[in-house]
Write a protein that binds this ligand. Structure first.
Ligand SMILES: [Fe+2]
Ligand SMILES: [Fe+2]
Length: 187
């Protein structure tokens, strides 16, 4: 069974690059923090934290197909082929399907992944991610940061995630406003 987990880490790293595997590692940290002593299925979250964005990564992504849809296709057949337990497949796919959802009635596992994924788009890390997603287009990176800042905090459900977001919003506002003033708006 070890090979199966190693294979997932390797695929996340090969197809998602350092971008993908480090996003996963940050999510694992965030999930542990925001769970705040609530008991959750660690197996399901390990799997979902590694695979939820597979549909956005090289080798899997398809033009015109939303990355969430694509992840569901790729991960669904990957886990079926390896005869992963059926009830776990259902839970992992539920986490993947809802990782950008704004619903507040999700399972604890799906909520943890969605809240952690949103927190990873906030604060200094969030700003860096948006700039790095838009090479040589700082205005777009800046704009994306503002959009995430407006939208994501209201989507969060778990108290610890809200607490982290609050702190990250302050840091983000300060970073973005320094960027604005230090660049005289030329970006
Ligand atoms: Fe995603
Ligand atoms: Fe993600």
């Amino acid at each position: 069974m070890k090979n199966f987990y190693d294979e997932i880490v390797r695929l996340t790293e090969t197809n998602g690059g350092s971008w993908g595997i480090n996003h996963t590692k940050r999510l694992m940290k965030l999930i542990a923090i925001i769970a705040d002593d609530q008991v959750y299925n660690e197996e399901v979250l390990w799997m979902a934290a590694h695979t939820h964005d597979w549909g956005a990564y090289a080798g899997w992504r398809q033009d015109g197909v939303d990355h969430v849809e694509r992840s569901l296709q790729v991960v669904g057949s990957f886990l079926e082929e390896r005869e992963y337990q059926q009830e776990l497949i259902v839970e992992v796919l539920d986490c993947i399907a809802n990782h950008h959802s704004e619903r507040n009635d999700l399972s604890l596992e799906a909520t943890l992944l969605r809240d952690a994924d949103a927190v990873d788009f906030l604060g200094v890390v969030g700003v860096m991610r948006n700039f790095s997603r838009n090479p040589k287009d700082m205005r777009k990176g800046f704009q994306m940061g503002l959009e995430k800042r407006q939208k994501l905090p209201s989507v969060l459900v778990l108290p610890k995630a809200k607490e982290m977001a609050e702190k990250r919003i302050v840091e983000m506002d300060s970073l973005l406003s320094l960027f604005e003033s230090d660049s005289w708006g030329y970006y």
